[in-house]
Design a protein around this ligand. Structure first.
Ligand SMILES: *[C@@H]1O[C@H](CO)[C@@H](O)[C@H](O)[C@H]1NC(C)=O
Ligand SMILES: *[C@@H]1O[C@H](CO)[C@@H](O)[C@H](O)[C@H]1NC(C)=O
Ligand SMILES: *[C@@H]1O[C@H](CO)[C@@H](O)[C@H](O)[C@H]1NC(C)=O
Length: 379
């Protein structure tokens, strides 16, 4: 923009100079055309040409991740007897919440209420935060559930790149290693809010009915992940890294799409962090940034290839794509926040109602807190 405006003025003033008017020659029209076109080119270039590709994930970063993923996978396969392992420590199965953020955790007070609303839930969840190291987020309730030790070693993330896959895998691997009682792994962002109480969510994923105790049988449970094969944009998404680059690992008919936000079983989390084959393709840089959302394809494609029956096929996180702009969904502002909105957002066409929703602007915190106990956490 700066270049185009500064180069426009000298060229237009030279057009009105006496030289151009007095001395016509066959070369002049071409020169005028060139002089006229240059600023236009400067102006249009960034709009026509794609921006330069983002820097790839660096080799040292990749090695560090690989070592973390290897450890997580090794621990799991060496001690693959969840019943005896957990039975001896007598711990109940937990849900690991994986917060992926590159800003402040705007809704941490609301999440604090979600987790601590019922004191007897203290042993049923663990929290992990992957915060962009260049941002250093501020937590609104110091010493609460989001204490410093919940922050995991993080790396910079960038929209439209495989860094978002890498960050989610880092969260999964850390949570796998940290606590064998973690049986479900729920990914959320700073723009997500809960739509139900923790107890409601816990009972839904563990399929608990009327005061049962959660079972540890991993075979029984499904991952909640959206898996779509017939989206109108899927061909563009498939070719975002260039033609024919995804084969043979990912043929087009195996390529899937879905929400970035999922709740995975422990078995599927291990599968994700142990994968090398698909990552090799999904980590490639995109040539078409407008079609590039690797985090909406990698997990969906991998799990649909490896264990489609073990996946629900839908997400538990509601999002409003009406009138979306530049790949961003509708953002809710305080004037829209109401009891009715919470009820509408919960409504789903699937077996479970929605448990979380996005995206909410940070100033929705106050109206949401005001209706926390009477609406959001009342099921
Ligand atoms: C509190 O948590 C316990 C154990 O998870 C559960 O049995 C109880 O119903 C919960 N109480 C409320 C009010 O949600
Ligand atoms: C979704 O967003 C549109 C505006 O983009 C809004 O009119 C509509 O009410 C929203 N739907 C829900 C269920 O919130
Ligand atoms: C449920 O399905 C209907 C019909 O396909 C659709 O109009 C509606 O938007 C769906 N609701 C949600 C919450 O996705």
């Amino acid at each position: 923009m700066m270049i185009s405006s500064s180069s426009t003025s000298p060229s237009s003033s030279s057009l009105s100079s006496p030289y151009f008017l007095a001395a016509p020659s066959p070369l002049i029209p071409a020169t005028i055309l060139l002089v006229l076109c240059l600023p236009a080119l400067f102006y249009l270039a960034p709009h026509i040409l794609p921006p330069p590709p983002p820097p790839p994930i660096s080799f040292p970063d990749e090695l560090q991740d690989l070592s973390l993923f290897r450890r997580a996978t090794a621990v799991e396969t060496q001690t693959n007897k969840p019943k005896s392992r957990l039975g001896s420590t007598n711990s109940k199965p937990k849900i690991a919440f994986l917060f992926l953020t590159n800003t402040d955790l705007h809704f941490s007070p609301l999440w604090e209420r979600f987790f601590t609303g019922n004191k007897s839930n203290r042993d049923l969840y663990t929290l992990y935060v992957h915060a962009d190291p260049t941002v250093n987020p501020k937590i609104k309730i110091p010493g609460g559930v989001f204490s410093e030790d919940r922050f995991i070693p993080a790396k910079k993330t960038r929209r439209g790149t495989a860094t978002l896959i890498a960050a989610a895998r880092r969260l999964l691997a850390t949570a796998l290693l940290d606590d064998p009682a973690n049986q479900f792994f729920t990914l959320v962002s700073q723009y997500c809010i809960p739509l139900h109480s923790f107890n409601y969510f816990y009972d839904a994923v563990f399929e608990i009915k009327s005061h049962q105790i959660a079972e540890l049988s991993q075979l029984k449970y499904k991952s909640f992940i959206e898996i779509i094969s017939d989206d109108p944009y899927i061909w563009d998404r498939y070719n975002a890294r260039g033609g024919n680059v995804m084969v043979p690992e990912v043929p087009f008919d195996k390529f899937r799409m879905g929400s970035q936000f999922f709740t995975l079983t422990r078995k599927h989390s291990v599968l994700v962090v142990s994968d090398r084959r698909l990552w090799k393709k999904f980590r490639l840089d995109c040539l078409k940034p407008n079609s590039c959302y690797p985090e909406e394809h990698y997990f969906q494609t991998l799990l649909s290839m490896e264990d489609p029956k073990g996946c629900s096929g839908y997400t538990l996180t509601r999002v409003n794509w009406t009138d979306s702009v530049d790949g961003h969904p509708h953002t809710y502002y305080p004037v829209e926040v109401s009891t009715e909105l919470i009820y509408v957002l919960r409504r789903s066409n699937f077996t479970n109602s929605y448990m979380f929703a996005r995206k909410f602007s940070p100033d929705c915190l106050e109206p949401l807190m005001n209706m926390a106990s009477d609406v959001i956490f009342r099921d």
